[in-house]
Ligand binder design. Sequence first.
Ligand code: S5P
Length: 260
Amino acid sequence: DRIILPYEERAKLAVNPVAKQLFSIMATKKSNLCLSVDLTSAVDILDLLEKVGEHVCLVKTHIDIIEDFSDNFVTQLKQLAQRYNFLILEDRKFADIGHTVSLQYSKGVYKIGEWADCVTSHSLPGDGILKALNNVMDCANRGVFLLAEMSSAGNLISSDYTEATVKMAAKYPEAILGFVCQNKKTFNEPGFIQLTPGVQLESSKDELGQVYNTPEKVILENGADVVVVGRGIVAAKSPETQAVIYKDTLWKCYMKRISG
Ligand code: S5P
């Protein structure tokens, strides 16, 4: 059962090197917290990461919401990642035909492939999307989280879709870090990582369909390995204090889970 294995053990079972690295960073930093820095100012993002970088294993960006994007932002982001030992996930949610996705990944203003350790992708278009990413990425230091489920109310993903997504990933194991999903039954492979968003300290929802579960629920019941928190930290009065609270709470749940 993957969910009772410690991250150190799962690092050894991961095929993709970035997945190995993420498991190792979690074990070293004692943090399974992914911060979703959904802010629109580059300066604000860098300020925030200066304060909370030491507490997170992964930083998730939506690069296309930043109003003052520049290559210098990317340089500084990479420096912070190095200094605080976290990885960068660009939450691009690719969803087009393979050819278009390979261009979206490597070209344009953002040149995602140059700086993001990993990206998110939908499986909707079929396995051409993974073939494209696999071709354009260097899987020695890049990888993909595939969306197998979503957190939002009323999303159209069915259990058949989820199952087919996991099967699709099995065709490109060297490119895949794991799945964005909500349920521990989604996959068994211990070398893959379960990335779970839709988390706050109290279960609740926002006014646009987002559904929040608690750390206990997502880690102990639902099998989350890395937990994505956005507004729970970013919109707090003191994001730094709140990041520590999330980090400690999430880690305690993980420790409880692996101790059986
Ligand atoms: O199913 C999903 C998948 C993702 S990647 N539900 C999500 O909410 N996300 C992302 O996680 C979403 O795009 C956002 O960046 C983050 C959740 O942010 P929060 O502020 O609701 O915690």
